[in-house]
Write a protein that binds this ligand. Structure first.
Ligand code: GLC
Length: 623
């Protein structure tokens, strides 16, 4: 680990030195921002620092009455009129119009988690989650995905994406591992930069691009088990539990900088306009309230010129007294607060804090300046800002062209871990192919979390796309009989069997998993298929490396498919040899769960499959 840290440190330090040369110049809009600030009342300033949840805004009058600077839709938070391109467009345009009904007519930023495509909105193209893109290692493709995501987000009028997540997950038992590209900081840095460049484009004024948000600063992926309670989370219960998510990252500053800070250097260099501090803590101090991290390190030392947006009610966790929590976070350097619901109380308390001198006006002005500089860079402070969505963007929304790019990403994300006797690629000249497992025909399972619902959702209710079974049917045509069951009983007599195993959708801490084992039904399905005597291909749909045990031994071939998104045909492309498997593991694959955390560079390193592992058909024919 120390060797790797030293190497990453070297890279990080040389980036630190050259950074100030290329960081985005949001400060060139300072005069424009300061001119506005000089006219603003305290209420208007604090309004700019407040982000409210759409579902809490009712008739939207508070957008104008409270001079709100931003609105968000969290995971699964749809407009009152339902979930369609039209309902989203109408809701976003209505919010934008309300903001222009104010004295200074400062437009809002509307934020959403388009972390693998425009995941909240039906009909959007859903790309592989970051773990799959990390295995593809194709920065140009990641940039292209960012561009397409920006187009589909803009098609609903939204102008801010809470992505990319540039976490460096170090323990796969964390429920957000799949939101990370890799355990390797340099790989995360490279792909995070590409995503930001795709989302924001060369000029933030371009209406086809959106403001990006690098998250979650810092060390969100390096936490150890910490007791936590989330009574508002579905199914969490009322008792505190040992959690990785939102936990405490206990490392020295050298390791923090080398492993977790380093991706932010390239993000800042790429001109990211917003950064989201993490719920988690560093050595016992909440990131959201750490003046050293947010102001001294990020703003002063690294020269970040954009603004900081808190995570969803993250400041509430800083202190049991809400007013004290607000004071700590704003004085630490937080610029905009994703309240998201009790935004009136937030505004009242921050107003009190300024009026009583607990939060200096200079701190407020710095936050408002940063927010207005980014809005200026986006062209939002120019003459008449656009309200109406550019309807031409809606023509390419969910288009075949966009889906082709997603299908390429699926292909390139697949990692071939085993291929005995050249079981793969499968011939297309089969009499019968038998498919096993629920994941074979379920868009929700193949998309995972952050899809239509916060937690994602198995079953038909999710967005349109191509299931793995449909993709195989397209590849084989009508000449091959394709059968499908959930338990493998139908495998006997088939010419080939593909067994889909893996995880049901989850997001954030609800995905924390202490054993990472496959379900009993998955294991039984593999056993049952194996009894058929037919060579079996096992395909894993998961947000992370799982503990495979006998499942790997029983498989004649094994493919890690991660969470591929809506374009399941990309899996058939590889299984039947139209494309080679090229993916290489961006995470170490452990033998046993107790090996965690296990990462490349560790002194003791005896994984099942090492970082960078991945077979191909041609070169590895005999493996
Ligand atoms: C969530 C996540 C963050 C997301 C935000 C808004 O809790 O931590 O990644 O951007 O809330 O949905």
């Amino acid at each position: 680990m120390r060797t790797l840290v030293n190497l990453t440190l070297l890279l990080a330090n040389c980036l630190f030195t050259c950074l100030s040369v290329k960081a985005a110049e949001f400060t060139k809009y300072r005069d424009q921002a300061d001119k506005l600030i000089s006219q603003m009342t305290l209420a208007e300033k604090i309004g700019q620092m407040t982000q409210a949840e759409l579902s809490a805004l009712g008739d939207l009058s508070d957008v104008a009455d409270l001079y709100l600077g931003s609105v968000l839709s969290g995971g699964g938070s749809d407009p009152q009129d339902g979930n369609s391109l039209e309902s989203w467009t109408n809701a976003v345009e209505a919010c934008k119009q309300k903001a222009l009904d104010t004295r200074l007519r400062i437009p809002i930023l509307y934020g959403i988690d388009s972390v693998h495509g425009h995941g909240n909105v039906l009909g959007a193209v859903i790309f592989p989650h970051n773990i799959g893109l990390g295995c593809a290692r194709n920065a140009e493709l990641v940039e292209q995905i960012g561009q397409i995501t920006a187009l589909e987000v803009r098609a609903t009028g939204i102008n801010w994406s809470f992505s990319p997540c540039i976490t460096v997950p170090r323990d796969d038992r964390w429920g957000r591992t799949y939101e990370g590209y890799s355990e390797s900081s340099p790989l995360v840095a490279k792909l995070g930069k590409a995503s930001i460049e795709g989302l924001q484009g060369p000029d933030l004024r371009n209406p086809d691009h959106v403001l990006a948000c690098a998250k979650h600063f810092v060390g969100d992926g390096g936490t150890s088990l910490t007791m936590a309670k989330h009574e508002d989370w579905p199914g969490f219960g009322s008792e505190a539990k040992p959690m990785y998510d939102q936990g405490d990252t206990v490392v020295d500053e050298e390791v923090l900088r080398a492993v977790h800070v380093s991706p932010y250097l390239l993000a800042i260099q790429a001109g990211v306009g917003s950064i989201m501090p993490s719920y988690s803590s560093w050595n016992g101090v909440k990131c959201s309230a750490s003046k050293y991290l947010l102001t001294t390190m990020l703003k002063e030392e690294l020269g970040f010129q954009g603004f900081l947006i808190s995570d969803y009610d993250a400041i509430d966790q800083v202190d049991p007294d809400y007013k004290t929590a607000i004071k700590k976070c704003i004085n630490a350097g937080m610029d905009m607060v994703m309240v998201p619901n009790n935004y009136r109380q937030f505004i009242e308390l921050l107003t009190e804090l300024v009026e009583e001198g607990s939060v200096p006006m200079s701190r407020i002005d710095d936050s408002v300046r940063r927010i207005l500089q980014v809005k200026a860079a986006m062209g939002l402070l120019d003459a008449e800002p656009e309200i109406e969505v550019d309807k031409s963007l809606q023509e390419s929304y969910g288009s075949a062209g966009h889906r082709e790019v997603a299908r390429q990403a699926v292909r390139e994300s697949l990692v071939l871990l085993k291929n005995n006797n050249q079981t793969l690629p499968l011939s297309k000249k089969l009499k019968r192919l038998h498919l096993v497992g629920r994941g074979a025909d379920d868009i929700g399972i193949q998309c995972g979390g952050w899809t239509i619902e916060w937690q994602g959702q198995a079953g038909e209710v999710t967005t349109g796309g191509t299931t793995i079974l449909e993709g195989i049917r397209q590849a084989l045509g009508d000449s091959v009989e394709i059968t499908h069951d959930l338990d493998g009983a139908g495998s006997a007599g088939a010419d080939a069997v593909v067994v889909m195993v893996g995880e049901m959708p989850y997001a954030e801490g609800l995905g924390d998993d202490h054993d990472l084992e496959l379900s009993e039904s998955d294991r039984q399905a593999v056993l049952s298929a194996k009894k058929s005597g037919v060579p079996i291909v096992v395909v894993l749909l998961s947000g992370r490396p799982m503990i495979l045990d006998t499942t790997l031994e029983l498989a004649d071939a094994f493919v890690a498919a991660w969470l591929p998104g809506t374009e399941g045909a990309g899996i058939a492309d590889v299984l039947f040899g139209d494309f080679e498997p090229t993916g290489k593991l961006s995470f170490t694959w452990p033998r046993e769960v107790d090996q965690h955390p296990i990462n490349q560079g560790d002194q003791e390193y005896d994984p099942l499959f090492p970082f960078g592992y991945g077979l191909s058909y041609a070169k590895d024919a005999d493996r």
